[in-house]
Design a protein around this ligand. Structure first.
Ligand code: NAG
Ligand code: NAG
Ligand code: NAG
Ligand code: NAG
Ligand code: NAG
Length: 355
């Protein structure tokens, strides 16, 4: 119980969290009132029968915990604590006014039982899965239509055990598009901080159709030749602050997106007002900061500052394709420290891959 009390105290000390508002560097800063709030209710996954032995499936425990805590969304909010241990689980959903907090020695391990990964509809702005036509596997940690979601911890780990998925993807054995580690759709007020993301199945962090997002102090690690292990991909999102992160990956460290061809054009939701600061990136076949290639809802007002790229193919790359529509504009970059690069700046209007 001592550690849980400590957690609550730490959360209460989050005095001020800021994000750049519309206008970027020179704009006013806006406080997130919801993120400074303490949560009134706390529970541990062990209260729901979870076993941290790395073997027992805890899918039901995580799902039951969130279902129970959802009742507090409009009653002071809740925190779900994940203690030290290796917690194997299939995908589970989050709720509003909710914090998931991982102990420093807590590891959430993604299930390799494909039957646990339910197939869900494609994103409306993509029209189909990116790897395969049709639906897609759900993400490991998923939220839809939420307000005020925090994923944090004392540098605990979320491990996608990606090798299982990468092999199947390379051999073309998957029927659907791989899920992501974290996907938050239609969510306002998101904080993801102080965690390590390992060996993601596909992209690591995917906020989509969401706003007021901070991703801060995280480590993302995946083999540099793993397929599509992008770091942080804001997709049709606004007011995003990404700072103090360290990313080693097989694809772009940050990729700003907004939907794919006719589906993205019809959905028409841009990514805008995005600030990226103090990023360290290692990505030998991709970019530190990418825009696209899916950008059919438009991308504007992106500011990047104090970026260190090491053994990375491009510093900044802008990718689009014929038929993709819309615009990329107002991209400002300064303070790039580039080591062992192929291209500082790379643009293409012929990045293939169409739905
Ligand atoms: C999680 O939410 C998604 C989107 O609403 C839904 O399709 C899926 O069935 C939910 N998964 C679980 C395990 O409840
Ligand atoms: C999310 O909200 C949209 C629009 O309000 C609604 O159509 C959709 O059914 C909701 N999805 C879930 C999973 O609650
Ligand atoms: C968090 O853990 C990762 C992986 O062990 C490590 O590389 C990183 O330095 C740690 N971050 C902090 C802030 O301790
Ligand atoms: C990540 O995946 C690679 C490739 O399968 C593996 O060698 C490595 O041990 C994994 N990392 C961890 C910490 O499990
Ligand atoms: C992250 O961890 C640092 C160092 O322990 C702590 O000072 C900070 O309050 C935490 N921040 C967030 C946003 O979780």
């Amino acid at each position: 119980m001592a550690s849980q009390t400590q957690v609550i105290i730490n959360l209460c000390f989050w005095a001020l969290l800021f994000v750049m508002a519309q206008g970027g560097y020179a704009g006013e800063v806006v406080e997130y009132p919801a993120l400074t709030r303490c949560r009134a209710h706390t529970a541990s996954v062990t209260d729901f029968g979870a076993v941290g032995d790395g073997k027992t499936s805890n899918t039901k425990a995580f799902q039951a915990a969130v279902a129970h805590l959802a009742q507090y969304s409009s009653d002071g909010g809740s925190l779900l604590y994940v203690p030290a241990g290796r917690w194997l689980t299939g995908p589970f959903n989050l709720t509003s006014a909710f914090t998931l907090f991982l102990h420093r020695d807590a590891v959430i391990l993604a299930s390799q039982d494909i039957n646990e990964w339910r197939v869900i509809d494609p994103l409306p702005s993509y029209g189909r899965g990116r790897d395969k036509a049709g639906g897609r596997y759900t993400s490991l940690i998923m939220g839809t239509n939420l307000t005020d979601v925090i994923l944090t911890g004392d540098n605990g780990t979320i491990d996608g055990q990606g090798e299982f998925w990468w092999q199947k993807f390379r051999k073309n054995q998957l029927k659907y598009t791989r899920g992501y580690l974290v996907e938050l759709m239609y969510t306002d007020q998101i904080l993801i901080s102080n965690l390590t993301f390992l060996n993601s199945t596909n992209w690591n962090i995917h906020p989509v159709y969401s706003s007021n997002i901070i991703v801060k102090g995280i480590t993302i690690l995946a083999p540099v030749h793993s397929p599509n292990t992008d770091g942080i991909n804001p997709d049709s999102c606004s007011n995003v602050l990404i700072e103090n992160n360290y990313i080693v990956s097989g694809d772009d460290c940050i990729a700003i997106k907004s939907g794919w061809d006719e589906y993205g054009i019809a959905f028409g939701m841009p990514s805008e007002h995005i600030v990226i600061k103090r990023l360290t990136c290692i990505s030998p076949t991709s970019a530190a900061i990418a825009v696209g290639s899916e950008m059919s809802g438009g991308v504007r007002n992106v500011r990047a500052e104090d970026i260190t790229a090491i053994n990375t193919e491009s510093g900044v790359r802008l990718k689009t394709a014929i038929g993709r529509g819309d615009y990329i504009k107002d991209i400002y970059v300064r303070g790039m420290n580039l080591n062992t690069m192929k291209w500082v700046f790379w643009m293409t209007g012929n990045y293939k891959s169409h739905p």
